[in-house]
Design a protein. Structure first.
Length: 418
């Protein structure tokens, strides 16, 4: 099992190209199941989660090729069952449910797996699909959905912690082939949802209102093939921005999606980090002294839960008392115990952590528990004295394309070991 050996204390300097968005690519790949015609996708990142989704598409009967960031999918002939052995690898695989139901009229999809970051039920997905006229049963770990024809409906996707991104994706995709008009209230407004809507429109879907919290979808009889370029990954860009800050470095993030990162950039400014937009790029420059800060996660456009762990690592290295609360996934703090192994001064209470910054973390062997926690531990290792060994980096390979190579290109001493 791979691990990273990181020798910290080096200010990072140089340029890093930002990859296409993982969280856009996965539902867009699922959406190719809605048409019998060929789809061509560009800037798809080469990640283990992406390859899992491609395996699912192949299992379902689609012809798939992937080379140099371009995916070609021909889903002319597909079946309707997605098995446990594939779906258990990541939660986003559940987004094949809506397209398969709309295309095949019946589907059987395993309940999803993914990172262990707290309870993430799919009840809102199922409620939305039922409102469109499907019959859903749960049997032996599978969702079985059937319909004699989906029909547009008025649906609310409001959950206890806000709207659901994948649930919005699933219902929106299914509604594209439903009879009549569907109105999705409390729809997720994330840029990745908007990117999916853009792709679906290029396939002939009639969608309005993405990004507003209220989606209107007028169903069509069929969709056609399309070509699409995936937006840049705002979480990857945010992670590398924190890498510049935590090492007190200077990094130019090429193709950073600045307009999608406002809450992350506000948090960096609050910490005293200098930011400058240069054409389609973002320069991040940090020098001591940085400042402590307070953050609370929420749904977009609020501060993203997917950046919470990285900012915990940063807080551990700046003077003063920082407080970070997560209202989206309240139990998503498994990285705190590992940061404490590196000398962080942090405490947990319910859904928040209080962190008192120290001048320098200390290298130690640590264990990644999930995708973003692993990124936080890598960031901490970049700042720490001596050597940090991050175990179970298969988590980070799920969401960061060649993170070790990109960090080495700006001066980091990081080595992948087997």
């Amino acid at each position: 099992m791979d691990k990273f050996a990181i020798r910290g204390g080096i200010p990072l300097r140089g340029s890093i190209p930002i990859s296409g968005s993982k969280n856009s690519s996965l539902p867009i790949l699922a959406a190719t199941l809605l048409t019998r015609e060929r789809c061509l996708l560009h800037r798809v990142p080469d990640l283990s989660d992406i390859r899992t989704m491609l395996d699912i598409l192949r299992y379902l009967g689609a012809e798939v090729s992937f080379s140099d960031g371009t995916v070609v999918v021909d889903a002319r002939k597909i079946a309707g069952e997605a098995p446990y052995d594939l779906v258990r690898r990541m939660r986003a695989s559940v987004c094949v449910l809506g397209p398969l139901l709309a295309r095949c009229g019946r589907t059987k999809v395993s309940l999803p797996g993914g990172c262990v970051i707290g309870d993430r039920p799919i009840d809102l997905h199922l409620r939305g699909l039922e409102a469109l006229g499907s019959r859903i049963t749960l049997s032996k770990g599978y969702v079985v959905a059937e319909t004699s024809g989906l029909v547009g409906a008025r649906i609310s996707l409001q959950g206890p912690h806000g709207s659901t991104v994948l649930g919005t994706d699933n219902v929106m995709m299914a509604a594209c082939l439903a009879r009549g008009t569907t109105l999705i209230e409390h729809a997720a407004s994330e840029p990745e949802v908007c990117d999916l809507a853009t792709f679906l429109r290029s396939m002939g879907a009639r969608i309005r209102g993405e990004g507003t919290g209220c989606l209107e979808i007028e169903g069509v009889d069929q969709l056609h093939g399309a070509e699409h370029t995936v937006v840049s990954d705002r979480i990857e860009a945010g992670t590398f921005a924190v890498a510049a800050a935590i090492t007190r470095g200077d990094i130019l993030l090429e193709e950073a999606p600045v307009k999608h990162m406002e809450s992350t950039l506000c948090a960096l400014r609050e910490a005293g980090v200098s930011l400058e937009t240069e054409k389609n790029s973002l320069r991040v420059h940090a020098t001591d002294p940085l400042r402590s800060f307070q953050l609370r996660t929420s749904t977009y456009p609020g501060f993203p839960t997917d950046m919470q762990a990285q900012f915990c690592a940063l807080a551990a290295t700046v003077p003063g008392r920082s407080e970070i609360a997560d209202d989206v996934f309240p139990n998503r703090f498994m990285h705190i115990s590992e940061l404490k192994r590196m000398g962080a001064s942090a405490g947990l209470s319910a859904n928040r952590t209080v962190i008192h910054g120290v001048a320098r973390l200390s290298g130690a062997p640590v264990m990644a528990s999930d995708l973003r926690a692993s990124a936080a531990l890598v960031l901490a290792g970049l700042q720490a004295e001596n050597t940090t060994i991050v175990h179970r980096v298969y988590h980070i390979d799920r969401g960061y394309e060649r993170i070790d190579a990109k960090l080495r290109a700006v001066g980091a001493d990081i080595e992948r070991q087997r």
